[in-house]
Design a protein around this ligand. Sequence first.
Ligand SMILES: Cc1cc2nc3c(=O)[nH]c(=O)nc-3n(C[C@H](O)[C@H](O)[C@H](O)COP(=O)(O)O)c2cc1C
Length: 325
Amino acid sequence: MQSSCTESFWDTLPRPFFCLAPMSKITDCAMRRIQAMRAKPDVIFTEFVSAAGLCSKKGRPNLLPDLGFDPTERPIVAQFFGRVPEQFCAAAALARDLGFDGVDINLGCPDKSVLKQGSGSGLIREPGLVAEIVLAAKESGLPVSVKTRTGYSHEIVDEWIPQLAAMRPAAITLHGRTRRERFQGSANWEHIARAARIVRATGIPFIGNGDVTSRADAMAKAEAYGVDGIMIGRAAIGNPWVFHPTQTKSALPQRELFETVMEHAGFYEKLYPRIKSFPGIRKHLHHYVADFNGARALRAALVRANTADEVRAIIEAHLEGIERE
Ligand SMILES: Cc1cc2nc3c(=O)[nH]c(=O)nc-3n(C[C@H](O)[C@H](O)[C@H](O)COP(=O)(O)O)c2cc1C
C-alpha cells in the first residue's frame, strides 16, 4: 500500500464538513469569491482543468485564468482531468506553485468530449492507471483527493471504492450515480452509505455528493448515511447561502440578494476582462433571480445585460419600481 500524504487541511476539518463542488464554467473565481463572502464552505474546488492542456504551450495561457483564486477561498483545491500520469505530475506541481492547498483528480465526468480522451469517468475502468495518476500527482507534495461516481455502466462500489482507498488519496468524494446515469434519476445515497462504511476503516475523509438541496438536507444526509463531508453543486448556483448555518435565500431581504447579484457581476467583469465574454454570467443571473414576484420579467431584462453597470442599472430600476408600488 502506498503511503498517505503528510497531515493536511483535510485532517483538520469539522464533522460534518461542507464542500463546494467543482462545476465547469460555473465555479470560476468570481463565483467562488462570492461563495466565500456569503457563506464559506469548509473546502472549495475549482472547475476542472485539463492536465494535457496545461502541459501544452498553446493551451496553457488559455487555461491559467481558470486557476486564479483569491486567498479568501482557502482551503482551495484545483481539480484536473486527463489520463497521462506525467501530465498530472506537472499540473499538480503547478497547483503547488500557484499556492493551492490540494489537488483533486476527476474520475467522474460523464461528458463525451472528456470520455473521448479516456479521462473523467472513463478511468473507473482503469484502476491501474488511476493509481499511477494519484502517485504522480502526489509528487507535488500537495494532498491529492479523488472525485468519482459509483460505477461506469453499473454500480461497482464494493470493488471500486477499496481500489481507490488503497491508493491512499487525501479524501474521496462519491457522486451517487454511475456514468451511465449521468444526472438522471436521483443520486443513490444507499450506495454512498455502503462506500462510506468501506472507507471508514481506512481513516480517509469521505464525502457524499448528489442532489443535496440545503444545509439542513446536508446535515441530515451526513447523519443518516455516515459520511464525513457533504459536497453541494447545483443547489449553490445562484444561492451561496445554501451553506449558511442560519440564513436562507428565501428569507433574505431582496436588497441583499440584489447586492450579491451586482457584486457577482462586478467580480466577473473585473476578473475576466476580455478572457470570458460577459454573457457567461447569465446562467448565474438566471438562478439568482427566481422564485419571487416579478422574477421572470427581471430575468428577461438581466440576460440582455452586457456589462456589470447594465446589471446594476436594471436592478436599480427594478427596485425603484417596487418602491413606487
Ligand atoms: C454544470 C456542471 C458542471 C460540472 N463540472 C464538474 C467538474 O468540472 N468536475 C467535477 O468533478 N464534477 C463536475 N460536475 C459534477 C458536480 O461536481 C457534482 O458532482 C454533481 O453536480 C452532483 O452534485 P449536485 O447534485 O449537488 O449538483 C458538474 C456539474 C454541473 C451541473
